[in-house]
Design a protein around this ligand. Structure first.
Ligand code: GLN
Length: 485
């Protein structure tokens, strides 16, 4: 079976109609991973036994002529920050190098319950901290569209696996942009749902008030299918919301005509690459042509978003990462003489440079005497950023924006300049801070053939609208044969 551009529905129907078997499909994906992944670097661990058992189960259903569940036989990959029972889960970190979790992340369990075949665990920045995947303790991920460039991060393995047809869909996590930005860099769809829409149970915590799980897929419809599967209240996560989950796939049928799309000048100003800007502007025009009304909105506190995010996220990270002490999980330094030396050495040897930087920044921001000046202030500004969105959404149904100021940059280009790396998160951190949903959908290419993503942001729990708008944009681009609009 041709794996190129294979979608969820196409894969499932092929298994259902017995044009192929889930087993044969999984085997073809593993063969592709074996041949192509050495040059991409997307997978960290393969879960063949688990995958083949699920595939056999789906084949048995199909053989009996029973209806397969929505992801029956569909091969997927999981970012290595989601725990998987019996399958090594490292969070891209040496400190969890040998960690084999005793339970499953809810989102993974629900995907599997819907028939998905989990091929393996996907590379990412250590503890999801980064924008280029260069912070993985294990190996680099190369952008499938240009192997000399980064795939984005931190869900770089997820985006690269989907973009190179090594998985039909993947799960990623987004704390400050880590689903949308790699999706944009690799030319796939990436969606961050509303905070609380998808359970975080079993997601290794980076910054708990900002962490989200979401899908990376080849089509908007596939994102809707995966989201419908993983969304909903989970008693194991007290922050997961008890809000009814619409049928996102059915909602895609509604027209976009008459929707009001906001455009914020703060997202199209200084620092935005010219080619990215013209692709975004052209994509917005295409939405206007389909009957959307384009409305100017203002998000005046956007310029404070980066410092706010990097205080809140690092503060929460410093607290969350305190549990990795060489005692309970994974790596332990061998040559320590005292308990405290064992803690210190395990953490020193187990964590990479970026993670240490963030633990130090966060510990400082939370320390006595600085708490009010940094953490408390950042929380207040976070409220202002959230209000900016609330006001904008009084006037519009969705907001269109870039995902990243540039297309994928070169491997190594920014590794020595963490601040430059942080600043490039400007268009994505705001949604996480406000807890609103966002999606990245390819809208064109640079002259070097690098993908450009259009970001659509929406109201809390209104994933349906942004999926619809994203699909309208996807259709406009596909009908233009993927050319720069
Ligand atoms: N690039 C951002 C960071 O480094 C976002 C990471 C994320 O969303 N997990 O923190």
């Amino acid at each position: 079976m041709n794996l190129d551009l294979l979608t969820v529905d196409a894969a499932r129907s092929a298994v259902q109609e017995r044009k192929t078997s889930a087993t044969a499909l999984a085997e073809s994906f593993y063969a592709k991973i074996e041949s192509d992944d050495p040059k991409i670097g997307a997978f960290l661990t393969l879960s063949k036994e688990r995958a083949m058992a699920k595939a056999a189960q789906m084949d048995a259903l199909a053989a009996k002529g029973e209806n397969l569940p929505p992801l029956g036989g569909v091969p997927v990959g999981i970012k290595d920050v989601m725990v998987t029972k019996g399958v090594r889960t490292t969070a891209g970190s040496k400190i969890l190098g040998n960690y084999v979790p005793p339970y499953d992340c809810t989102a993974v369990a629900w995907l599997e319950a819907a028939g998905a075949v989990v091929l393996g665990k996907l590379n990412c920045d250590e503890f999801a901290m980064g924008s280029s995947n260069e912070n993985s303790a294990w190996k680099l991920v190369h952008n499938p569209r240009d192997l000399t460039r980064v795939p984005g991060g931190s869900s770089g393995g997820s985006a690269a696996a989907v973009a190179s047809d090594m998985a039909v869909a993947a799960l990623g996590s987004d704390t400050g942009g880590s689903i949308r930005q790699p999706a944009s860099f690799c030319g796939v769809i990436g969606m961050v749902p509303t905070y609380g829409r998808v359970s975080r149970y079993g997601l290794i915590a980076f910054a708990s008030s900002l962490d989200h799980i979401g899908p990376l897929t080849k089509t908007v419809k596939d994102a809707a299918i995966v989201l419908r599967t993983i969304a909903g209240r989970d008693p194991m996560d007290s922050t997961s919301a008890d809000v009814p989950v619409p049928d996102y796939v059915a909602e895609l049928e509604k027209p976009v005509r008459g929707l009001r799309i906001g455009v914020a000048k703060e997202y199209l100003g200084e620092g935005l690459d010219k080619e990215v800007r013209s692709a975004i502007e052209a994509a917005i025009q295409k939405l206007a042509k389909q009957g959307c009304e384009i409305v100017d909105v203002s998000l005046p506190h956007t310029r404070y978003a980066i410092p706010t995010y990097y205080i809140v996220a690092t503060a929460e990270a410093s607290s969350n990462l305190a549990r990795f002490d060489g005692v309970r999980y994974g790596y332990r330094a061998k040559d320590a003489r005292t308990l405290s030396e064992m803690y210190r050495r395990s953490r020193d040897q187990g964590f990479g440079a970026e993670v240490k930087r963030r633990i130090m920044l966060g510990t400082y921001a939370l320390s006595a005497g600085y708490y009010d000046a940094y953490y408390l202030k950042a929380q207040r500004v976070r409220t202002l950023l959230t209000r900016d969105f609330e006001e904008a959404f009084n006037k519009v149904d969705a907001i269109a924006a870039p995902v990243s100021p540039t297309a994928a940059f070169k491997l190594g280009e920014k590794v020595d300049d963490p601040l430059a790396m942080y600043l490039a998160d400007i268009y994505t951190v705001t949604a996480d801070l406000a807890g609103i949903p966002g999606i990245s959908v390819p809208c064109g290419e640079t002259k070097n053939k690098l993908p450009i993503g259009l970001q659509i942001l929406g109201r809390h729990f209104d994933e349906s609208t942004i999926l619809r708008v994203a699909q309208a944009s996807e259709k406009a681009v596909t009908s233009g044969k993927g050319e720069c609009p």
